[in-house]
Design a protein around this ligand. Structure first.
Ligand code: AR6
Length: 231
């Protein structure tokens, strides 16, 4: 009986590791902590209403390009729920393309609590920002500005005033920020993706020729920002 239950446990752990990339203490076993890691949310696919299938293709294509150039780094796509459609779509593509799941995986959890609640150490996190780079507005932007404290707002202002779609801004996090002290995050990278929501600025009116190009540019800028802290 005990051996059956051990096996069951083992299988559960393996499945969990594949599904969420890493959770709790398994993260330390599966993926060593010293690999520079960027965690990012799916840019533009919630409030900005970008098509999920198209976004999943772009994420996987851009990640593959980055990992070809940088062998000693990891990328983690994060979303809040196990029911996340974008995580499922990306996971399916990771499997299809046989991507290295030590270097790229998905993780379910709050991007502001990756280490404290998920055991996942990340040096940098990406923010799906607004063009003014202002706190609030809901989504991951509100969560990150809340969790980082006023330090992030002032550090952001020092670096950059606004973003145009397809661009990213790398902001070093002051060491007094709770995201730094509690989570070990040293950089936040703000990214502005394409907007397909008529209620938001820079609405693209369903023009996916432009939209896909802007989303590709957004991930390129994000990964370039991360690469600049690797050197
Ligand atoms: N942790 C991890 N993922 C999250 C979290 C979190 N705490 N919160 C949301 N997500 P969105 P967008 C996921 O709407 O579509 C803001 O108001 C979410 O499930 O934050 O680029 C800004 O100010 C989704 O998968 O970003 C902009 O105006 C992903 O993060 C606008 O929304 C992105 O969802 C940007 O819209």
């Amino acid at each position: 009986l005990s051996s059956i239950s051990d096996t069951d446990n083992l299988e559960t752990k393996e499945v969990e590791t594949q599904e969420v990339g890493s959770a709790g203490s398994h993260a330390n076993q599966v993926c060593p902590d010293d690999i520079p890691t960027l965690a990012f949310p799916s840019i533009s696919t919630s409030d900005f209403q970008f098509n999920l299938e198209k976004a999943a293709d772009i994420i996987v294509e851009q990640v593959a390009e980055f990992l070809n150039k940088f062998r000693n780094a990891r990328l983690v796509l994060v979303d809040l729920s196990h029911k996340s459609k974008i995580l499922s779509l990306v996971k399916a593509r990771i499997a299809e393309k046989n991507m290295d799941t030590q270097k790229f995986f998905t993780h379910v959890g709050d991007i502001t609590h990756l280490y404290s609640r998920g055991g996942l150490r990340c040096n940098a996190i990406a923010n799906a920002a607004n063009w003014r780079l202002k706190p609030g507005g809901g989504g991951v932007n509100a969560a990150i500005f809340n969790a980082a404290g006023p330090e992030l707002e002032s550090a952001t202002k020092d670096k950059v005033k606004s973003l145009s779609p397809g661009n990213a801004a790398l902001v070093p996090l002051p060491s007094s920020s709770p995201l730094f002290t509690r989570e070990g995050v040293t950089h936040v990278i703000h990214v502005l993706g394409p907007n397909m929501n008529p209620q938001r600025p820079n609405y693209l009116n369903n023009d996916y020729n432009k939209g896909c190009k802007i989303l590709q540019d957004a991930y390129t800028s994000l990964f370039d920002g991360f690469a600049s802290i690797l050197r």
